[in-house]
Design a protein around this ligand. Structure first.
Ligand code: BDP
Length: 720
């Protein structure tokens, strides 16, 4: 009796709580990413959606249609808070028709063949018809799946769906994540937990998370995943692992995602004791042919290999006096019969080469232009050094006229605050993509060099070093999800604008409320410039902590010179910066004429790259009227101020976000503020030892001395 009474009281309490605040925003852990499918907030829109979307016609007998159908079944009833019926293609009715034109009488009557002509293998058409029906169609199932996601995104973003006419297709072929995941599940430069791939339990346990990973990728058009680290382990190519990888491939396949592996160049020696891995040795060639055949038995649609060779200690063709093209072609010939490709990285440099590290990739690869097989694509980092907060675009873009070339961006924030700093990377990506190489005159943007429009390359692509791990929210920082999202969107269309991408992401991940969207958009769009300001303003680069790359380390010296900070900033009593002009290393000479001249001349070099290309006197007059020293201080301080502004903005939004994500972001912003101060104070104090000039009065006094900052030793950092 007593028990019943207390149960009754509990029930009343629960009901009272539930009804006390109908608008309460429930806690969210971020797992759902931008696929939250929460009920539409705008009532009028909700009503109109409910009227239009009552029943859906879609086939379900193939795995990709099934995936599309499941997505619609999960999303629509939640978004619309109403029941939706689903029927098969051959049944009548339906006001959302999702099908191939050839499968549906309705679509073939209402959509002309010509409307699908330019959509290729992965594009889609979403069209609202006068009859109040909406069709989603394309030339392939996967194109239709992308169309379904895009359609749902229209609803998530509360857009009018009565006049839809969206016809879209990807501008690049390979849109791929590079996971730097090791077989022991650590992730090199991963700051969101361990690797998703549970090798120990695979192939028997297939974590449901793999499917959600595939859904998220498909929703933004990513169609490939290199699941292992570029610093490769040959064991991944053995049957023990191939069996496990086959399971992952099975999960990804319906979502249009192919699996790729990193290939260790010395694998024939390590796995089968061959005496050599020389690419011109027939035994080695046979070994790779057999290996490819074996892999394709397990994974019939295996995508191919990604290779880091002769870089940072990795083995490669140069160990046998062969060049990169000979190395790449060895693997390319092995996978060619099965339709596979090889992504060969241009991230190469050697401490034994007595030349500026920034020049080495171009010097090695440019002479090989035209020597790579058709199924090889050279993968080039966005800048010539290494994913710094800001770098000028890599001179190989535009310069490789007869070879396939693809972009490599880093989504994981190795040099931009790990997963504790809010830094939206789309502006970094966009800045590089729209840079003009002048390879074929004005307007020869980097984007046009990777989508095939500049030199007519057939194989095109964009890779992103993933920031994904086992953290419940996938990426560590809730806002780091936006970088995964932005990468996918830009790989699909390298001409998109950061603001557009951020706007989409905020609406789907948080809310459509303008009072939330606008301030958050503001925070995101300035966040990368802030980060450049408090870390590496005016073209400074590679001045971070040694090895783990966390925090400032402009004083790092000793050991391999091209891994120190002093190699890059070259501060002395006269000034600071790396002279890469004709009087220095002449890295500027690797760019096409007008760009080379612009960078070469201190007067025309954009100030954001000034210390990248020039050694500049401390008292050099900047455009603002400040001398260089004061300008450096101004930027460092501005970075800190801007982080504090972001904190204020975020704090004002407490009522518009669920408390879980609000509190977490708030705590992370505190770390970011602390670390921005750390960067500012220590860098200013360090460079002051060379400039010998006073720190401007308006900058708050550092609470630590330079010596104290230099003594900070961080052990056990993530991502090493
Ligand atoms: C550097 C990373 C290193 C990677 C390397 C690469 O510090 O961990 O292995 O890039 O891209 O930025 O191969």
């Amino acid at each position: 009796m007593k028990n019943n009474r207390s149960r009754f009281i509990t029930l009343v309490l629960i009901l009272a709580l539930a009804f006390s605040n109908p608008n309460k925003i429930y806690a969210e852990d971020g797992y759902d990413l931008w696929l939250r499918y929460k009920k539409i907030e705008n009532r009028d829109l909700l009503k109109s959606y409910q009227t239009v979307l009552k029943n859906v016609v879609i086939r379900s007998e193939t795995s990709t249609f099934n995936a599309a159908k499941k997505e619609l079944k999960t999303a629509l009833p939640n978004l619309l808070d109403s029941e939706i019926s689903f029927s098969d293609l051959n049944e009548n009715g339906g006001n959302l028709i999702v099908a191939l034109r050839s499968d549906s009488k309705f679509i073939s009557e209402n959509v002309n063949e010509s409307e699908l002509k330019n959509l290729g293998n992965e594009g889609y058409l979403i069209k609202s018809l006068k009859s109040n029906n909406i069709v989603i169609t394309g030339n392939t199932e996967v194109g239709i799946l992308y169309g379904v996601f895009r359609f749902l995104q229209q609803i998530q973003q509360e857009k009018d769906i009565s006049k839809l006419e969206i016809s879209d297709f990807p501008k690049t072929k390979i849109r791929i994540l590079n996971h730097w995941d090791n077989l022991d599940r650590t992730v090199e430069r991963g700051y969101a937990g361990f690797s998703l791939w549970d090798w120990f339990r695979l192939p028997d346990v297939v974590d449901p998370r793999y499917k959600d990973y595939a859904r998220a990728n498909a929703s933004i058009g990513i169609n490939g995943s290199v699941i292992t680290n570029v610093n490769a382990n040959a064991l991944i190519l053995t049957p023990l692992y191939l069996e496990k990888i086959a399971k992952l491939a099975d999960v990804f396949r319906p979502y249009g995602i192919k699996v790729y592996l990193t290939a260790r160049f010395s694998a024939p020696i390590e796995l089968d004791k061959l005496p050599t891995a020389d690419p011109l040795d027939p035994q080695v060639q046979l070994w790779w042919k057999n290996k490819a055949e074996e892999i394709y038995k397990y994974i019939p649609d295996f995508g191919g290999f990604l290779v880091k060779a002769n870089s940072e200690g990795q083995p490669g063709p140069q160990n046998y006096n062969r060049n990169h093209a000979e190395g790449a072609n060895l693997l390319a010939d092995a996978v060619a019969p099965f339709g596979g490709i090889v992504m060969w990285r241009a991230f190469v440099y050697d401490q034994n080469v007595p030349d500026d590290r920034a020049k080495q990739a171009y010097t090695e690869f440019k002479p090989l232009d035209g020597k790579f097989r058709d199924n090889v694509i050279v993968q080039v980092k966005n800048g010539a050094i290494d994913f710094q907060p800001r770098e000028p675009f890599h001179p190989l873009f535009g310069a490789m006229e007869k070879s396939n070339i693809m972009m490599e961006f880093q989504i994981t924030q190795e040099y931009l605050g790990f997963s504790t700093h809010l830094v939206f990377l789309a502006p970094l990506f966009e800045e590089c993509l729209k840079a003009d190489t002048y390879a074929k005159g004005e307007g020869s943007t980097v984007a046009s060099s990777i989508d095939g429009s500049m030199h007519g390359q057939k194989l095109t692509g964009m890779a992103g070093v993933a920031n994904i791990g086992t953290d419940r929210n996938w990426t560590g920082h809730p806002f780091a999800q936006a970088n995964w999202y932005a990468f996918g969107r830009l790989a699909w269309d390298p001409y998109l604008k950061s603001a557009e991408i951020a706007d989409e992401w905020i609406r789907m991940t948080f809310s459509n409320d303008e009072k939330f969207v606008q301030p958050v958009l503001g925070m995101m769009l300035i966040s990368r410039e802030n980060c450049v300001n408090y870390m590496t303003p005016l073209g400074l680069h590679h001045i971070m902590g040694r090895s783990h790359h966390h925090g400032p380390g402009p004083w790092v010296t000793g050991g391999r010179p091209d891994w120190t900070a002093v190699y890059y900033h070259r501060a002395d009593s006269i000034g600071v910066g790396f002279n890469r002009t004709q009087t220095g290393s002449n890295a500027t000479g690797q760019y096409f004429k007008p760009v080379a001249d612009k960078f070469n001349n201190i007067e025309t070099c954009p100030e954001e790259f000034l210390l990248w290309f020039h050694h500049v006197p401390w008292n050099y007059k900047m455009k603002s009227g400040n001398i260089l020293w004061d300008e450096i201080c101004y930027h460092y301080n501005g970075g800190v101020t801007a982080v504090r502004e972001m904190q204020k903005s975020w704090n004002s939004l407490e009522k518009s976000v669920d408390s879980e994500r609000f509190n977490y972001v708030q705590s992370l912003l505190k770390i970011q503020e602390k670390e921005a101060v750390w960067w500012r104070n220590s860098c200013i104090l360090y460079f002051q030892t060379f400039s010998k000039l006073p720190i401007p009065e308006y900058i708050e006094k550092s609470d630590k001395t330079l010596e104290e900052y230099m003594k900070i030793r961080e052990l056990y950092m993530p991502g090493i």
